[in-house]
Ligand binder design. Structure first.
Ligand SMILES: *Cc1c(COP(=O)(O)O)cnc(C)c1O
Length: 366
């Protein structure tokens, strides 16, 4: 007795994806990005599953970092946007959080904080994405200020973020790499620690040499690329978003299905109704034809996505589909990237916005 809809999360697949990130750059440390509830997979469960091998974690904000500490995660936790207010610096000291500093307000707040021990900071440089980061020409000044401060530990890392690394062989990434090298060449210090690579760069830009790489999306087993890529072929999708058929019916040529009656049968058709909808994070703007697996076979979504249900054309299936038949919205056999492309979005969004209503069921915990 329960709604058949759930997200099965394979923690062994997660660990293997993390090992792939590590193996692609054996000399770098790999910091799993677990922000936004680990891209919808469950932050605490994901962090725990990687706790034996992760040297640190990355999150977007201090609330996420505190939740990890409360769950007994011991590693350093990097706040990717730095402190949102000065009081977060003392909390970072207290709990062992690292701060990615990206603007002069944050810099001043760290320099003037009253701390009893030094904290670890990273310096984010804006090499072209123009979202966060110090200007490259300020790199040397910022580095000097921080390395002279008793509030700051010695292991300062210089970081930047790529805008277009998911685009194979893109000049913009090359330009960002070049801007980064120029900026840090100004710093009068040997052996600077660096962090550049997101998933796309880890998988496809071997020329990016990191001390710390920052894998996110790839950990969850989805490819950031819209075309096949050799390393990405090895990823295993961690989430299997599944449900079941709860009703079937036959309709005649010319009859329509769903809200706004936007799909009309061109032939006598069989329609399966599935217990999943936009209230479960299935995208409402999924168009007619979006693939859904029914008993493992690709069938087209037809009609508008409702809050709690979708309708699928199963006319071409040879097997008789009974109530209770298995449905996959995305999973190892149907990539979330493919579904997202039909919907004019990216898999990141589909995973991240999956609501708490969908129970997460964890398998292969050890
Ligand atoms: C989220 C994030 C990442 C991870 O990006 P993916 O494309 O998911 O691998 C890396 N670095 C920063 C700064 C991020 O915010």
């Amino acid at each position: 007795m329960s709604r058949p809809t759930s997200a099965i999360i394979d923690l062994q697949a997660l660990r293997e994806n993390f090992f792939l990130a590590q193996n692609l750059a054996p000399n770098a440390k790999s910091m799993p990005m677990v922000k936004a509830n680990a891209y919808g997979h469950g932050m605490l469960e994901v962090a725990n599953a990687l706790a034996d091998s992760a040297p640190a974690y990355g999150v977007a904000c201090i609330e996420e970092a505190l939740a990890l500490r409360k769950a007994n995660i011991k590693q350093p936790i990097l706040l990717l946007e730095g402190p949102h207010s000065a009081d977060e610096i003392g909390i970072a000291e207290q709990y062992g959080f690292w701060l990615m500093l990206e603007n002069h307000n944050q810099l001043q707040a760290v320099l003037s904080a009253q701390l009893s021990s030094a904290i670890t900071v990273w310096i984010k440089l804006d090499t072209g994405m123009h979202r966060l980061g110090f200007q490259p020409e300020d790199a040397s000044y910022v580095y000097q200020q921080l390395s002279d401060s008793p509030n700051v530990a010695e292991d300062i890392v210089l970081a930047t973020h790529f805008a277009c690394a998911d685009n194979l062989d893109n000049d913009f990434t090359r330009q960002q790499l070049c801007n980064f090298e120029v900026a840090i060449n100004d710093i009068d210090q040997p052996n600077l620690l660096k962090s550049l690579a997101n998933s796309a760069a880890i998988l496809d830009w071997p020329e990016v040499k990191d001390d710390w790489q920052r894998p996110g999306y790839m950990l969850y087993g989805a490819s950031p690329f819209s075309v096949p890529q050799e390393n990405a072929e090895q990823l295993q999708q961690v989430m299997h978003f599944q449900s079941a058929v709860i009703s079937t019916r036959s309709i005649k040529t010319g009859e329509s299905v769903g809200y706004t009656a936007n799909w009309t049968a061109q032939r006598n058709s069989t329609i399966a109704t599935v217990a999943v909808g936009y209230g479960d994070g299935y995208p409402r703007h999924a168009p007619n034809g979006t693939p859904v697996l029914i008993n493992g076979v690709k069938c087209p979504l037809v009609g508008k996505v409702s809050m709690d249900m979708i309708t699928v054309d199963i006319t071409d299936l040879n097997d008789e589909i009974k109530i209770g038949a298995d449905v996959t919205l995305w999973g190892p056999e149907l990539s979330v990237t493919e579904v997202a492309e039909y919907c004019g979005t990216i898999g990141y969004e589909l995973l991240t916005r999956m609501p708490a209503r969908v129970p997460r069921i964890y398998i292969n915990a050890k």
